[in-house]
Ligand binder design. Structure first.
Ligand code: FES
Length: 103
């Protein structure tokens, strides 16, 4: 695992009816990341933060992990542990959730 990964989770809220990640869903995902990172003693090494729109609204909820710049789409709270176990701890992209910009 590379230290200092940074997870940005979109919690942008657009006006009613427009496709977006939604403040509430993004916030729930962010809280789950923080909870599991804390449980695993990864606080300080891995940062999870709320972001504004990541320009992939139709695929939301969306997040991006740096330094790789890997985007994940349609992320649910139930996917958070899998992303941490695979991408954060083993540097393995979760391919079924990865956002391809050709999508
Ligand atoms: S609102 Fe989340 S990517 Fe645009």
């Amino acid at each position: 695992m590379r230290d200092n990964k940074h997870i940005f989770i979109c919690a942008n809220q657009k006006p009613e009816g427009k496709a977006c990640c939604g403040e509430q869903r993004g916030q729930e995902i962010l809280e789950k990341f923080r909870e599991i990172l804390k449980e695993k003693g990864l606080n300080g090494k891995i940062r999870a933060q709320k972001s504004g729109c990541l320009d992939a609204c139709k695929h939301g909820p969306v997040l991006v992990i740096y330094p790789e710049g890997t985007y994940y789409k349609n992320v649910q709270v139930s996917d958070v542990e899998r992303i941490i176990e695979s991408h954060i701890l083993q540097d393995q992209v979760v391919t079924d959730l990865e956002l391809s910009w050709e999508d």
